[in-house]
Design a protein around this ligand. Structure first.
Ligand SMILES: Cc1cc2nc3c(=O)[nH]c(=O)nc-3n(C[C@H](O)[C@H](O)[C@H](O)COP(=O)(O)O)c2cc1C
Length: 176
């Protein structure tokens, strides 16, 4: 069994998929990882819209500029219900934080199955919400393609670029 760190390191943004169908029980297993994720006040404000049928999948994919998204056999539209999420006393809405946790569980669970994913936030969220007829207060936070990677090691160069520990960690105070 892979250690958690090995699993986390095996995840990368996959931007090319094979046509291979992802079985429904595998999709459900990946979604289970999101279902059990933590959220502020346990509000669980996530809603996941699973698109497998080519017509709607391609329509939603057109909200994003990258044509490659159409190659994914599954698109998970991760939505946040802002009327359910916790707001701190200063007004900060924790919906996006909760969604990020759930989505990251999805990407890691998918990696465990040898499946590729990619976070997509640079899409036309308003158009996507209209297409899916999302109710008021529910926003699409990210599009997550899911599928068998088209070829091995198809990660971008950016995947290998990470700041050093010294650049991101200080001890006993903020000393950058
Ligand atoms: C919140 C978030 C939004 C992102 N949005 C996009 C996007 O719109 N399009 C895209 O191709 N990649 C997107 N990415 C992927 C990042 O570019 C990628 O995670 C980063 O370059 C590191 O590469 P890696 O995921 O392969 O390790 C996004 C990632 C995150 C976490």
């Amino acid at each position: 069994m892979k250690s958690f760190l090995d699993l986390a390191k095996s995840r990368y943004s996959c931007r090319s998929y094979s046509e291979q169908v992802v079985p429904k029980d595998t999709i459900m297993n990946v979604l289970e990882a999101a279902r059990i994720a933590p959220s502020a006040t346990n509000a669980q404000p996530w809603r996941f819209v699973i698109l497998t049928q080519p017509e709607v999948r391609h329509e939603v994919a057109s909200c994003y500029s990258g044509e490659w998204l159409k190659s994914a056999p599954v698109i998970i539209v991760a939505c946040g219900n802002h009327s359910e999420s916790w707001r701190r006393a200063d007004g900060k809405d924790h919906c996006d934080i909760d969604l990020a946790i759930g989505i990251d569980h999805i990407t890691l669970a998918a990696a465990e199955h040898g499946l590729g994913t990619c976070w997509i936030c640079k899409f036309d969220a308003m158009r996507c919400a209209e297409m899916l007829k999302l109710p008021k207060g529910v926003a699409p936070i990210a599009l997550i393609p899911l599928g068998v990677p088209a070829e091995k090691n198809n990660y971008s160069e950016r995947h290998l670029v990470r700041k050093s520990m010294d650049e991101i960690v200080t001890w006993e105070g903020y000393n950058f």
